[in-house]
Design a binder for this molecule. Structure first.
Ligand code: ATP
Length: 235
């Protein structure tokens, strides 16, 4: 594909306090791609997402988003460029209704989805608009967390294990949602333990080991590389 990548990470290092966790991540994502980050527990997948969105305490190296170097930027300014992050824990407020949760983030960029558009994508959120956040199923909470980010105008969505703990039928629903977002032109980076799920929607899989990218596997080569992948993931 021609043109510059939308996200270009080079030599990214990251720390939690004194603990050096990322040791030179190199990663490119093109506009409209769905890319998964695969790897064992503790490999540095979540930390890579946190570094890209600017919420990791200490980062070094280069993260260019849409032509802008973001390594020295505050997270709220990175969000304004059109990046959104859905953490594994989803961040739904129990005391607020579904609608209030949806309206929570200030719009950070013009052109975010309207509530009506979000309700079209996630009819459950419309039906349950007045329910409390905690009354939702895990799948509905995940949809609410994604919907909330779509409202901010983010066009690139970083998802951390969106299918974690969800029933298979709900996992499929989340998969269809991600495909619908891709069809609308969104760019998605996804941390995923379940590579069979990732295979149903990703363009490429980036394998992270001990804070470094050790391999990139195109989706159509995943089956041919299954033994290698099992070794990476230790399954
Ligand atoms: P997982 O599926 O376990 O989340 P991961 O690949 O996403 O795996 P990270 O969460 O990025 O892994 O963790 C990378 C390393 O950083 C691990 O060694 C982990 O113990 C450490 N780590 C993660 N969060 C913190 C934190 N808040 N403080 C200190 N160390 C952390």
């Amino acid at each position: 594909a021609a043109g510059a990548p939308l996200i270009a990470v080079k030599g990214l290092e990251g720390w939690y306090g004194e603990s050096h966790v990322l040791h030179g991540i190199d990663l490119e994502v093109r506009a409209g791609e769905v890319v998964t980050l695969l790897g064992r527990n503790g490999a540095g997948k979540t930390t890579t997402l946190k570094a890209i969105i600017g919420i990791l305490g200490k980062r070094r190296g280069s993260i260019v988003y849409d032509g802008a170097e973001t390594i020295g930027m505050a997270s709220r300014n990175i969000a304004r460029l059109g990046l959104g992050y859905v953490p594994e824990e989803r961040g739904i407020f129990a005391s607020l209704s579904v609608y209030e949760n949806l309206m929570l983030p200030p719009k950070v960029k013009p052109g975010g989805m309207t509530v009506a558009e979000i309700h079209t994508l996630f009819p459950n959120l419309k039906e349950r608009a007045a329910s409390q956040g905690t009354k939702l199923s895990g799948g509905e909470q995940q949809m609410l967390a994604i919907g909330r980010i779509l409202r901010t105008g983010a066009k690139t969505i970083l998802l951390d294990e969106p299918t974690e703990g969800l029933a298979p039928v709900i996992v499929q629903q989340i998969g269809r949602t991600i495909q619908a977002l891709k069809a609308k032109g969104y760019t998605i980076v996804l941390v995923e333990q379940n590579f069979r799920f990732a295979q149903t929607l990703a363009d490429r899989h980036v394998v992270i080991e001990q804070g470094r990218v050790v391999d990139t596997i195109p989706n159509d080569a995943l089956d041919a590389n299954i033994d290698k992948l099992h070794a990476y993931l230790g399954v």
